[in-house]
Design a protein around this ligand. Sequence first.
Ligand code: ADP
Length: 182
Amino acid sequence: MVHFEIVRGDITRFPAEAIVNAANRYLEHGGGVAYAIAKAAVGDVREYIRISKEAMQEQVGKDYVEHGEVVVTPAMRLEKDGIKYVIHTVGPYCGGVWDGDKKEKLRKAILGALRKADELGVKTIAFPAISAGIYGCPLEEVVKTFKEVVEKFSKEAKSVEKVYLVLYSEESYRKALEVLNG
Ligand code: ADP
């Protein structure tokens, strides 16, 4: 059984073997958690964008990624906290609107990252609340979707033992806990 836990913190300092980035499809890392990860990993965000785009060409053979496709980059400076990989995945853009299509895209984004972590042989993986920031999806629905996808993934997981959903603000952390427990 894979253990799923909601924690409060900064994902760039979270000691999981793999952390997930809520990226855009071009891996531009311009704002939000993507910018924070790029900044913490190398300092020069443009350099991390260059590394990410190169990895995208090598790993998916295109200059964009679809929901469910992921790209792995090294953790670089984040290795001091035990982080080995950054897995970039792309969630849906909601702009406040939630429906079955958004949910399916989010499911794919989460599952893609979990399967890649398994393939990499990591035991622990930490996610930010994908799509619940600039992409404007309701946090409650994002948390529910995480819970469902991790439960499903539990049945196929080989290496992954712990999945953390890391919430940045106290308010979002409380809200997420309510969804999980309520
Ligand atoms: P998206 O475009 O997918 O919505 P964002 O980066 O805007 O992605 O936000 C995703 C979530 O990550 C938001 O809930 C935001 O508050 C959160 N976030 C931002 N910075 C960090 C961080 N350093 N650690 C963890 N979560 C973060």
